[in-house]
Design a protein around this ligand. Structure first.
Ligand code: C2E
Ligand code: MG
Ligand code: MG
Ligand code: MG
Length: 286
């Protein structure tokens, strides 16, 4: 009976699995067109100085408005783009568009209105030999300082190999800031911190969630330890996925200076993020 059950389960799953393969193939070719047809756009999630309530920066997050499917989540199409290699042109578009927007905000609200733009970069992009030159060219095109750009990478990117590490070293040498995204979820966080020049640790949302649950001492301990680690190493620590005032207060007490999350602001269209740059800073949080 157990065997039968197993078999039945397999039969039930197979069509769905095949469907998924088909969808991925189709999604891949549609994504190729999406870049050409201007179906991609960016939202910007504000990053706040959580002590003062002032806007610090913004993370660019890509969105795809598919003509028939509606909004496709990056959680669905980024992995497809990574597997097909389309992440390379897609990521190049994201980088350029985010830098263009940062320059536009600085022109409209003043050079100090926003300090940094965060751009997520996939390991496939880092493996391209021209990536460092691409970044330098985009910064020059929009008259931005390298320190205005924070490149978010995951721990697996850093562990990828020598070429990627050399690329990251070159970016850091140039003055671009490197952030380890989803920090705390990877396998080898601590040794990686010595292997390449990281500037920012972004505590993963799952640990922030642990603070809401209150009783989860394990996740609470990680959140506190990451803040300490950043402090000792002279890095900046950002808490992401803050959804409540209780979490915000707790993270501030732990030593986090920067934070982002729905409690303060969701990812916003460029004009709404820009409006925050003109707004009374303290009103956003307090
Ligand atoms: P991420 O880089 O860790 O981005 C944070 C994600 O958490 C975003 O999801 C954001 O909308 C969400 N988030 C922020 N605050 C909260 C909160 O308080 N509550 C909840 N529930 N969620 C929150 P999003 O925009 O769906 O992006 C998902 C992931 O897709 C990103 O995770 C990133 O890994 C990837 N991604 C997005 N845009 C790009 C891109 O341009 N290039 C690459 N390579 N990856 C991207
Ligand atoms: Mg990110
Ligand atoms: Mg993140
Ligand atoms: Mg994440």
């Amino acid at each position: 009976a157990a065997k039968e059950g197993g078999k039945a389960a397999w039969v039930r799953f197979e069509p769905r699995m095949r469907q998924e393969v088909v969808n991925h193939a189709r999604l891949g070719s549609e994504l190729h067109n999406a870049i050409i047809r201007n179906e991609l756009f960016l939202l910007y999630q504000p990053v706040f100085d959580i002590a003062t309530g002032r806007l610090h920066g913004a993370e660019a997050l890509v969105r795809w408005k598919h003509p028939a499917r509606g909004f496709v989540s990056p959680g669905d199409f980024i992995p497809v783009a990574e597997r097909s290699g389309l992440i390379v042109p897609l990521g190049a578009w994201v980088l350029r568009e985010a830098c263009r927007q940062l320059a536009a905000w600085k022109a409209e609200y003043g050079p100090g209105a926003i300090k940094a733009i965060n751009v997520n970069v996939a390991v496939r992009q880092l493996r391209e030999s021209g990536f460092v030159d691409e970044v330098a060219a985009v910064l020059a095109e929009y008259g931005l300082l390298p320190g205005n750009l924070v490149i978010e990478i995951t721990e697996s990117s850093v562990a990828d190999g020598r070429q990627v590490r050399e690329t990251l070293n070159a970016l850091h040498e140039m003055g671009v800031r490197l952030a380890l995204d989803d920090f705390g979820t990877g396998q080898s966080s601590l040794s990686l911190l010595r292997a390449f020049p990281v500037d920012v640790l972004k505590l993963d949302k799952s640990f922030v969630d642990g603070i809401a649950d209150g009783e989860d001492r394990g996740r609470l301990a990680v959140a506190a330890a990451v803040a300490q680690l950043a402090e000792y190493l002279g890095l900046s620590a950002v808490a992401e996925g803050i959804e409540s005032e209780a979490q915000l207060d707790r993270l501030r007490d732990m030593g986090y200076r920067l934070g982002q999350g729905f409690f303060m602001a969701k990812p916003l269209p460029a004009n709404e993020a820009g409006a925050l740059m003109a707004a009374d800073p303290v009103s956003v949080i307090n």
